[in-house]
Ligand binder design. Structure first.
Ligand code: FMN
Length: 364
């Protein structure tokens, strides 16, 4: 068995320097359990649970996905279940809370619930160690550190990384434009973004966007990161909470199989199908400024993201299903268990690092 130990492992108490990305609309409860049991950081995703608090135009039907429980109860129960399931394996997990201004009432409620859950139960406190905020202003959230949480913030640029550092984030995730679902207005990819963020901030940096195997984990370490965060790769696993059609689409697509168009509150990377193509066509005709990186003010009309896209997903309609995913879907061709996946990534990363070391020849 091989271990790859970085500062990330020491800070979070995980065996491998791998984070699972938060991935609404699902709770990613099964995935968080499997990832934490396998020695990486499992993450519960909160944003889908808040669908009933979003405007009518929200593209998912919360009742169809989660029943009628309140968002707060959904998160509380999810935390309790994941803590119970990972305890025998000494697993560590976190909760992802997107903090875009449009979600703030939900974000604040979820963060309060994370703190309350930890205070209510010493097992939860031991295993739920991390809050990962994303998609918004980091400034209000350093307060979670006073409650014993490790605070990670996700950023798409050096500018935002510096803001996260000033706000006191313990770890910064630099998320490149290859990634699935929300991407930045500025199309800066991981190869440029990660080393730029590493040299701009004095905090450990985790690389996200395009990472899916041992070679890319080794590359992230070479770029100065202390680990990787993966979304798309974890969707295509046996345990992940996603629909089978979503997993199979990732396995089938090549590296050209994604498109960026206007999504919920900003640009998103979709898995290419008829719906994604229609969204991009609408984006080009209705909001051409989008592709110049100019923010589009009004979100009153969410292009192509009507509920029928989500219904089509649940009905297994491949062409019309609304599905997000990253460019690395082109490098994914298997549906392994999470444990097998993590083991193979770590093994391959170690082999890659050993192989690459051999190119160094010291003269004299
Ligand atoms: C389907 C999907 C949903 C996502 N939802 C969220 C989310 O709710 N919150 C968040 O911070 N990031 C979200 N992300 C981004 C991931 O956490 C992760 O940073 C990203 O997938 C990394 O790039 P990769 O897809 O190339 O691995 C989502 C990604 C995908 C593919």
């Amino acid at each position: 068995m091989v271990f790859l130990r970085t500062e990330l492992c020491d800070i979070l108490g995980i065996r491998y320097p791998i984070l699972q990305g938060g991935m609404g609309p699902y709770k990613t409860e099964e995935l968080a359990i499997a990832v934490a049991r396998a020695g990486a950081l499992g993450v519960i995703s909160s944003i889908g649970m808040a669908a009933s608090m979003l405007p009518e135009s929200a593209p998912i039907d919360p009742v169809r996905l989660f029943g009628t429980d309140t968002p707060q109860n959904l998160l509380r129960k999810s935390i309790e279940r994941v803590a119970q399931e990972v305890k025998p394996h000494n697993g560590v997990f976190g909760v992802n809370v997107p903090v875009a201004s449009e979600f703030l009432p939900a974000s604040e409620m979820f963060v309060r619930q994370v703190i309350a859950s930890r205070e209510s139960d010493s097992d939860i406190e031991r295993h739920l160690r991390v809050l990962i905020t994303s998609a918004g202003n980091p400034r209000p959230w350093s307060v979670v550190k006073k409650h014993g949480l490790i605070w990670i913030h996700v950023v798409p640029s050096v500018y935002h990384a510096k803001k996260a550092e000033q706000a006191g984030a313990d770890i910064i995730v630099a998320s490149g434009h290859e990634g699935g679902a929300h991407v930045s207005w500025d199309p800066v990819h991981s190869m440029v973004l990660v080393p730029a963020v590493v040299s701009a901030v004095a905090r450990p940096v985790v690389a996200a966007g395009g990472f899916c195997d041992g070679a890319s984990l080794a590359a992230a370490l070479c770029l100065g990161a202390v680990g990787i965060q993966m979304g798309t790769r974890f969707i295509a696993t046996k345990e992940s909470d996603f629909e089978q059609i979503w997993k199979e689409t990732i396995v089938k697509h090549d590296e050209r199989g994604t498109l960026v168009g206007r999504g919920i509150l900003g640009p998103m990377r979709f898995l290419r199908n008829a719906r994604a193509e229609a969204i991009v066509r609408q984006t080009l005709s209705d909001v051409p400024a989008f592709y110049l990186g100019e923010p589009v003010a009004s979100n009153s009309k969410i292009l192509g993201l009507e509920r029928e896209g989500f219904d089509a997903l649940l009905d297994g309609d491949h062409d019309n299903a609304l599905m997000f995913g990253g460019e690395c879907s082109g490098r994914i061709s298997t549906l392994p268990t999470v444990n097998d996946l993590i083991q193979s990534i770590v093994r391959e990363a170690a082999e890659t690092i050993r192989r690459v070391q051999k190119v160094v020849l010291d003269a004299g």
